[in-house]
Design a protein around this ligand. Structure first.
Ligand SMILES: NC(=O)CC[C@H](N)C(=O)O
Length: 308
């Protein structure tokens, strides 16, 4: 496979769509990013990386961090008991509602539908906080190691901007706490959640760091992070829930496990082969990158490499 040639063709297809979406503005610091950006990278399971466009430009990972926090919690809770532990507190069904919706939580007794909507990620972050004592720094350390980029960092301006406009996430966290579904104080859970979302990474960094999902749980150094069945399960939840209330449409178009973020990034996994990351900040109404989704759609069409 000539990855470089495929990526060039994908970029030529998707680039005209960059201005179709809207850059997220509900977190003011995200609005400063130019809508014209487009990058895509692919990292194969042996560590070779290819990219085109703005693939080495760092951006705010936002909800892509939710895939990594789930992986870290599962890695630190080995065996079925550990899995049962987190899965007692968060479901694994698509929500069919926006990523920051409150409506299901009351009817479902403070148990979020899945780990990839904000409520679910707050529960996972709470668990990671208990397990590690520092949910945001432990994630940053892990991402530095897996990406091989020791310079990865938080963007404090984004974290502060989120905290300053974080009433919705605070409401979700307080509501779940009222059902006894948080172990740590709400202010600490939401703070660590905001800092996780405010990590800056490039398409290259994210494609490489997400390699363990394509390697059935093996880390970049060959050691085991997750059992193969745990990696399978994270990929399955990414497929059904990773792009929020557009997950059905995304599976229909792209046919890959994926996790998006409102910074405009999307990671996608082809198990046994490679991990992709695409970035373009213009979002559709559901919070997914317009050009990014089109690029992944075209990639699987050109290569025939979907999971279906
Ligand atoms: N979908 C997203 O990327 C949302 C993440 C964002 N930090 C929020 O909490 O709203």
């Amino acid at each position: 496979m000539d990855y470089q040639a495929v990526l060039e063709e994908v970029a030529a297809y998707a680039r005209p769509l960059v201005r179709r979406g809207r850059v997220a503005d509900y977190i003011p610091a995200l609005e400063r990013v130019s809508a014209d950006r487009f990058g895509i990278a692919v990292a194969d399971i042996h560590g070779a990386v290819h990219g085109v466009g703005d693939w080495e430009v760092p951006f705010s990972v936002q909800s892509i961090s939710k895939a990594f926090s789930l992986a870290l919690v599962m890695a630190q809770s080995p065996g079925s008991q550990g899995e049962d532990g987190i899965w007692k507190r968060v479901g694994r069904e698509p929500s069919g509602t926006p990523f920051n919706s409150l409506v299901q939580l009351e009817a479902e007794n403070g148990i979020p539908r899945n780990p990839f909507i904000n409520a679910g990620a707050l529960v996972v972050t709470d668990r990671l906080q208990t397990l590690t004592g520092d949910a945001s720094t432990s994630m940053l350390d892990f991402l530095r190691e897996e990406s091989g980029n020791p310079d990865l960092a938080f963007d404090p301006a984004v974290a502060e901007s989120e905290a300053g406009h974080g009433d919705r996430n605070a409401a979700l966290a307080h509501f779940m706490a009222s059902f006894g579904n948080l172990e740590n104080p709400v202010p600490s859970v939401i703070e660590h959640y905001f800092w996780q979302c405010a990590i800056e990474m490039s398409c290259r960094d994210l494609a490489v760091a997400g390699g363990f999902l394509a390697r059935h749980g093996l880390r970049a150094d060959g050691s085991r992070l997750l059992e193969a069945r745990e990696a399978k399960r994270i990929n399955a939840v990414m497929l059904t829930c990773g792009t929020y209330d557009a997950a059905g449409e995304f599976a229909y178009r792209v046919g890959l496990p994926a996790k998006s973020g409102v910074g405009g990034g999307i990671i996608a996994v082809i198990p046994g082969r490679c991990t992709l990351c695409v970035w373009s900040p213009g979002l559709d109404a559901r919070g997914n990158s317009v050009a990014g989704a089109a690029a992944l759609d075209h990639f699987t069409t050109l290569t025939g490499w979907s999971v279906f």
